[in-house]
Design a protein around this ligand. Structure first.
Ligand code: GDD
Ligand code: GTP
Length: 395
């Protein structure tokens, strides 16, 4: 049997997602109309023999997460549990801490996925690839091609082109290493815990050798990328499955709109009933007046778009109101359409001391009056604006 683990991080993460992540944990933010995580879960539930999905993170158990897990279990008819780390243990530390839970019932393999990616999730393809490559207990990383410059924002993989073995792995290198990048989706066998365990032992020894005995936290903090993959590369154990399908990271709110578009394109094939408009997702209880125009946007539940308002490249927060004839507009941060390998830049909010033009975000319960223009701005929750704004963070 198989299992899957989704790394959902915790409250200190997702800072580029503010102010939206104040209201809802980032992994539950809606992408193409459903919580970001639901796309992972849906893909896992389709894999034959998948018995359980474990969400590993350091959020306090909270109502939204509990409610989501409950409804996803029912919808996808699969066991889902949340396992909370006592602190941020890193991408390898969390799964090591919960290894007994992951291995209970004896899975022969399990997937590990970053929550903050969108993908077609070619999980059956990864299973086939694993059978065909290396020994049966080899580990598989899903990879994709990036352009030279952007590749350095990701984990970079040098492969043996004949065998697809990972020969070198460098996490976010400062100079070019390879244009094959790590997608944050892995297929492991239980043997991976021997490798993580070895790093844990070594961390503990290093800490014992230092005189301060207060380092037990740090021995448990392990990064899959730097601590495990870099060491496994070139050992005949680690292989890269390069996906031809879509993939993107979701770090900023702008990248959530791009990710929505990628999933909505896929819905043409998989869920035509879920399709709405030109990359528009509308939550429950939204009121839309006559003559309203919406494009490339996410309207969260309870919002009101009054008559003839125009919303382009925006995320409109829960219960916000946009007045008549108002225009709320942002600038898309799409990857360069002329470069087939371009990825979305989710880098900095500011460049040269100025807010970089990006999508406009209204936090929850914001009111925009009639006949104003809000352009490339971020409005914090509960603000009642009284005029037009351009390129500003409105606190
Ligand atoms: N449970 C848990 N505990 N999850 C964590 C922790 C932790 O301490 N730290 C990070 N995560 C989760 C995040 O929520 C996210 O889903 C994932 O692990 C990776 O997050 P980061 O550590 O911020 O890494 P990154 O996104 O900058 O880069 C990773 O993903 C890229 C692909 O999107 C790396 O794996 C790169 O190599 C890769 O290219
Ligand atoms: P191009 O950039 O050349 O495509 O011009 P455009 O104005 O057609 O494109 P844009 O994406 O800015 O707007 C798309 C459509 O939205 C327009 O054709 C109008 O129908 C509508 N629109 C634009 N601005 C407003 C506005 O302020 N209010 C309303 N109600 N609709 C608008």
């Amino acid at each position: 049997m198989l299992k899957a683990v989704i790394l959902i991080g915790g409250p200190q993460k997702g800072t580029r997602f503010r102010p939206l992540s104040f209201e809802v944990p980032k992994p539950l933010f809606p992408v193409a109309g459903v919580p970001m995580l639901q796309h992972h879960i849906e893909a896992c539930a389709k894999v034959p023999n998948m018995k359980e999905i474990l969400l590993v993170g350091f959020y306090q158990p909270n109502e939204e997460l509990t409610r989501f897990i409950c409804s996803a279990q029912q919808e996808f008819k699969i066991l889902i549990r949340y396992l909370q780390e006592f602190a941020a243990l890193g991408t390898g530390g969390g799964i090591y801490h919960f290894r007994d839970q992951i291995l209970s019932g004896g899975p022969e393999a399990f997937f590990i996925m970053n929550a903050d990616v969108c993908s077609e999730f070619p999980l059956p393809e990864m299973l086939n690839f694993q059978k065909e490559h290396g020994e049966p207990s080899s580990f598989v990383i899903m990879g994709t091609t990036a352009n030279r410059k952007q590749s350095m924002n990701y984990g970079c993989i040098v492969e043996n082109q004949q065998t697809n073995e990972v020969l070198h792995y460098v996490e976010k290198p400062s100079t070019f290493v390879s244009d094959i990048i790590n997608c944050g989706i892995y297929l492991f066998t239980p043997e991976i815990f021997q490798h993580i365990g070895a790093v844990f032992q070594k961390n503990q020894q290093d800490i014992d050798e230092q005189t301060n005995g207060n380092g037990w936290h740090r021995a448990e903090a392990i990064r899959l990328e730097q601590d495990i993959f870099t060491a496994l590369a070139g050992q005949g154990k680690l292989y890269v499955y390069k996906t031809p399908a879509f993939w993107s990271q979701i770090k900023s709110a702008g990248s959530a709109i791009y990710a929505s578009r990628l999933y909505l394109n896929q819905y043409h094939k998989t869920h035509p009933e879920r399709l709405l408009g030109p990359n528009v997702s509308i939550g429950t209880g939204v009121t839309i007046g006559a003559g309203v125009r919406v494009r490339e946007s996410v309207i969260l539940h309870g919002a009101t778009l009054q008559d003839h308002s125009c919303v382009l490249n925006c995320i409109v927060g829960w219960d916000s109101t946009i007045g008549k004839w108002a225009r709320v507009e942002g600038t898309p941060s799409d990857p360069n359409p002329n470069d087939p390998y371009a990825k979305i830049d989710s880098e900095t909010l500011f460049r040269d001391g100025k807010l970089t033009p990006s999508i406009t975000i209204l936090g929850c319960n914001v009111t925009i009056p009639s006949e104003v223009i809000i352009l490339n701005s971020i409005v914090l929750p509960h603000k009642d604006l009284n005029r037009s704004f351009k390129n500003q963070i409105i606190l």
